[in-house]
Write a protein that binds this ligand. Structure first.
Ligand SMILES: Nc1ncnc2c1ncn2[C@@H]1O[C@H](COP(=O)(O)OP(=O)(O)OP(=O)(O)O)[C@@H](O)[C@H]1O
Ligand SMILES: [Mg+2]
Length: 468
């Protein structure tokens, strides 16, 4: 968000001027004031995209300003600047709704990173308001979170198809949220007060699945001691969710085809034809088109269920969502385990965002749960992350391969990120000895020093020597 309006409140003249200059050079529209009272007046006069305030100021301090900013507009985004020894208060500030805090002495790179994160959060929030307005009254996606373009498309499809009775086929890797989508469709449909009955076709043995789906009459087979109502009947008037439909046996596929076409069936061993009014939502993590070619899945059934396909992209293709989901799960597990892990450090977030998440949202959710449970207090730091994430970042750097996401990337930003990572790695490996770092990168020392300056990497930065 270039041209974003930023309000700085800081009583120390030098700090204030430095910060204002740094952010103006980044292209932001900056207003800097010397105390909290002036900041309040400015807030009443105009809207700022971001407020950065010092914690300790005479008259009105940072916490009061934060409260005021949130009261005047809950969407105000506030970053707190704290001095040494006031981190506890900073944590209080986070509880009061501050977006993040930065500690003094301010590191230019961290300031820029935090500001950029806050502003991108702000613009996503605005977009989300628009999205919500668009869906107002009609649709509630409950816990489903998605800000990336591909997820917006999914939400759009959900909102369009919910009210119809069309059969839906949801396709996506494991853990991408297929069940959540099925629930969202059902609970946003006219059938929402009727049952939603899930059947996991992959988890129920073939010989039992038929009677699960269609039921059986007493005495239909050995062991059928009483009549059983199948899930299609239980779903009467509502929705049946056929999960892992690709695992269904050919014989059952035939029976299902009939239900889809005729909306009727008989219980096993029964003669009475039972009619049902049921909406069908199916899901699979397999490539059913391929299964059709390989004759593992009936072509006619495929066309019957693939009326409206919904594709859930893997998490690694939803760049914008990873960070927001991580914070969402942090908040949830904090509440569940009554903890107060205030935030995830920028370095840890960086690493989380680069990992390819083969287990998708579920894997991220599990990781956040583990981190919150294991952590007593403080922030989630890079060193708290499991080796698979840390190793991935290193391995990625060594083979420098990345898949270009379908939404594209910002070339210059990616190249800079990669360059900066290499510099940091070299510095860590050489324990800050620049000659050695330069050698590792086959650069001459002057070039290395120039690059360090460009990326604002100063001697003594914590990022240098943590894990040499
Ligand atoms: N967009 C999202 N926002 C919030 N939580 C999500 C989102 N997508 C998935 N989840 C969470 O991730 C977990 C996995 O989601 P879900 O069970 O719907 O995935 P799935 O695609 O059905 O996985 P599988 O193929 O393994 O059955 C759930 O706990 C779900 O709540
Ligand atoms: Mg599932």
């Amino acid at each position: 968000m270039k041209n974003a309006k930023i309000l700085i409140a800081e009583d120390n003249d030098l700090s204030r001027e430095n910060l204002a200059e740094l952010l103006s050079l980044c292209g932001y529209d900056v207003k800097a004031v010397g105390d909290g009272k002036e900041a309040m007046d400015a807030l009443l006069e105009q809207r700022f995209n971001l407020i950065i305030t010092d914690l300790k100021m005479p008259n009105v301090d940072g916490l009061e300003l934060l409260k005021f900013a949130k009261e005047t507009n809950p969407d105000n985004i506030v970053i707190m600047i704290t001095g040494y020894g006031t981190v506890n208060t900073a944590v209080d500030a986070m509880k009061l709704g501050a977006f993040d805090y930065i500690t003094k002495p301010l590191r230019d790179d961290l300031v820029k990173l935090t500001v950029a994160r806050a502003l991108s959060f702000a613009s996503l929030k605005e977009e989300n308001v628009v999205l919500k307005d668009h869906l107002k009254d009609k649709h509630d996606f409950g816990k489903m979170i998605g800000y990336s373009d591909c997820m917006k498309k999914v939400f759009d499809t959900i909102s369009r198809v919910s009210s119809s009775d069309s059969t839906i086929l949801i396709h996506g890797e494991s853990g991408t949220g297929k069940e959540l989508v099925a629930r969202a469709i059902h609970f946003n449909s006219d059938r929402k007060n009727q049952p939603l009955i899930p059947v996991n076709c992959g988890a129920i043995p073939e010989e039992l699945l038929e009677s699960e789906l269609f039921g059986h009459e007493k005495g239909a087979f050995t062991g059928a001691i009483r009549t059983k109502i199948g899930r299609f009947e239980l779903a009467q008037g509502g929705t049946i969710f056929l999960d892992e439909i690709g695992d269904m046996s050919p014989a059952l596929q035939v029976k299902l085809l009939r239900v889809i076409q005729e909306r009727d069936f008989e219980r096993i061993g029964g003669v009475k034809t039972i009619s049902v009014d049921v909406r069908i939502i199916a899901a699979t993590n397999q490539n059913l088109e391929k299964a059709v070619i390989e004759k593992k899945f009936r072509e006619d059934l495929f066309y019957r269920i693939n009326v409206i396909p919904v594709h859930l992209p893997p998490l690694r293709e939803r760049d914008k969502d990873i960070e927001i989901l991580a914070h969402h799960f942090l908040k949830r597990f904090n509440q569940l385990s009554k903890k107060n892990i205030a935030r995830i450090s920028p370095e840890a977030i960086h690493c989380i965002m680069r990992y390819p998440w083969p287990g998708n949202v579920r894997e991220l959710e599990n990781l956040m749960e583990m981190l919150v449970v294991m952590k007593e207090k403080g922030d989630i730091e890079l060193s708290d992350l499991p080796p698979k994430l840390l190793n991935y970042t290193n391995a990625e750097l060594s083979n420098s391969h990345m898949d270009l996401p379908s939404e594209g990337i910002n070339f210059n930003e990616m190249v800079s990120r990669f360059e900066k990572d290499l510099l940091l790695q070299a510095l860590r490996k050489s324990r800050g000895v620049k000659n050695r770092a330069a050698k590792l990168l086959q650069l001459n020392r002057t070039t290395l020093v120039e690059k360090l300056k460009r990326f604002n990497l100063h001697e003594g930065d914590s990022a240098w020597g943590n894990d040499a």
